[in-house]
Design a protein around this ligand. Structure first.
Ligand SMILES: [Zn+2]
Length: 473
């Protein structure tokens, strides 16, 4: 949050204290009000939940999760947790926080603004409004996106930032990520409208990487490259010399690279393979036009794929061949992409659509099981971002990114098969508690560190001013 005026913050924290007595159910000793605005990590144990470890241990009934100082120290039944605060997990499914793998968070300000005429489609909208952004608009958009992520049970995002007009834009965007406490990869990209023969600001990228400790929020945020590659967007194609320069700079810095493959024909991935642009450090987005040879090239290189169902469907990129990627053992993550097209950041809906569309394509009720889809949204998404040593499953030694889903809600009762309940029935509003790196960021259905009413008001005002500057109505 943007550090609010003292009175506002005091009132807000007072509200949180009231929530504490009503909703924290015996969970005390979780200090708020640190100077960075994020709650302390503390020590607590969630007791009596249905725990889905998304690991070899499988599901544990009536089980506990013990967290200390941001780390999971034990998962099991009747844990001896000493003086840890107790969080009542009865009636809750506890699972790893959902992992999102590609999202242009800056344009969360443009929610549902992709219009019905060609000139108001997503690409011209992002281009024309993006060009009129001020640095603070990056903050407003990213904070709104991160808040919605936390609300929806997403604990990791891949913020694909392709509107860095000056170093200030990147700084403003990163500040929003740090203040919300979310785990993220921040991928540094071009500005909207940047000429196709120009490389990105490689000096600024190198400077950021050198001083990354100041940006990383104690290791919660990593740096990557939002690579334009050979895909075409609103501003036309990028010259091969420019995109190669960007790519080589990222490789030299040792940071991961992500690229869209959304040309309306196969061939992009073949080109990437031919020119040496695939590898374990490369993520390919969409890949809905793909040949069997290109799938083999992706698999052979170790590259991962990010699928963003609701933008792919809405903009007409087509149906992703999810089952083909999985059969080739390509790490697959799920993504939001942009709420200018998808409307919201509902990972439960994304999971449901991934399963239903794959089963429809295969004309097979049993093609893609719910539990496999849940893996894509947790441990496999983490693997696709290179974070599976830290998050994506619940086991001792991992960082404490987890969520609690309230199965007593009207759209989730009765308790049947938890993977199916989460993929088919759950909604963001059912997410009772969200914990990132041991910090409780949502509790009792409410965000703990973000005054959502104030945030929405500031974002709305920023959008009004932005539209005015851009002459975009
Ligand atoms: Zn995208």
């Amino acid at each position: 949050m943007e550090h609010p005026a003292n009175t506002t913050r005091r009132e807000f924290l007072g509200g949180m204290a009231a929530l504490g007595t009503a909703g924290l159910a015996g969970c005390s000793g979780l200090p708020f009000g640190r100077s960075d605005g994020l709650p302390g990590r503390g020590e607590f144990v969630i007791r009596g939940a249905h725990v889905m470890t998304m690991d070899a241990a499988g599901d544990l009934l009536d089980a506990d999760v013990h967290v200390r100082n941001g780390e999971i120290v034990a998962v099991g039944r009747n844990l001896n947790a000493g003086g840890a605060s107790v969080i009542d997990g009865r009636g809750m499914i506890v699972l790893p926080g959902l992992v999102e793998t590609h999202w242009h968070m800056w344009n969360a300000l443009l929610r549902s603004m992709s219009g019905d005429k060609r000139e108001h489609g997503y690409f011209p909208t992002a281009l024309n409004l993006g060009k009129a952004y001020l640095p603070d608009d990056m903050y407003q958009g990213t904070r709104l996106g991160a808040a919605e992520a936390i609300h929806s049970g997403i604990t990791t995002v891949h913020d694909w930032c392709h509107n860095i007009r000056t170093p200030e834009y990147a700084a403003s965007n990163l500040r929003a990520l740090r203040e919300t406490g979310i785990r993220a990869r921040f991928s540094y990209g071009a500005a909207q409208g940047q000429p196709g023969d120009q490389a990105i600001d490689l000096a600024d990228l190198a400077r950021l990487q050198r001083d990354w400790k100041a940006q990383s929020n104690d290791g919660l945020i990593a740096l990557g490259l939002a690579w334009r590659g050979p895909s075409t967007g609103a501003t036309g194609s990028v010259a091969a010399a420019a995109y190669r320069k960007d790519f080589d700079a990222a490789r030299a810095l040792g940071i991961p690279i992500s690229v869209h493959a959304n040309n309306r024909a196969t061939g992009t991935i073949a080109l990437l393979a031919r020119d040496g642009f695939l590898g374990k450090d490369v993520q390919v987005i969409h890949a809905t036009w793909v040949t069997p040879e290109e799938i083999a090239a992706l698999a052979g290189s170790g590259a991962s794929v990010s699928l963003s169902l609701y933008s792919e469907l809405r903009i007409g990129f087509g149906f992703p061949p999810t089952g083909d990627f999985l059969a080739a053992r390509i790490p697959v993550g799920l993504s939001v992409d942009t709420t200018a097209l998808s409307g919201n950041a509902d990972m439960f809906a994304i999971m449901k659509a991934i399963q239903n569309i794959e089963n429809a394509r295969a004309k097979d009720e049993f093609k893609l099981p719910a539990r496999r889809v849940l893996e894509l949204a947790t441990i496999e998404g983490a693997r696709s971002l290179g974070l599976d040593d830290r998050v994506g499953s619940l086991k001792p030694g991992k960082r404490a990114d987890l969520i609690m889903v309230n199965t007593r809600e009207v759209n989730l009762a009765v308790f049947s098969e938890p993977a199916h309940m989460l993929v088919e029935a759950a909604q963001p509003a059912n997410v009772d508690t969200v914990i990132v790196d041991g910090r409780i960021l949502k509790r009792g259905g409410k965000l703990t560190t973000i005054d959502t009413e104030q945030m929405a008001g500031e974002a709305a005002a920023a959008l009004v001013a932005l539209r005015k500057r851009a002459g975009w109505w």
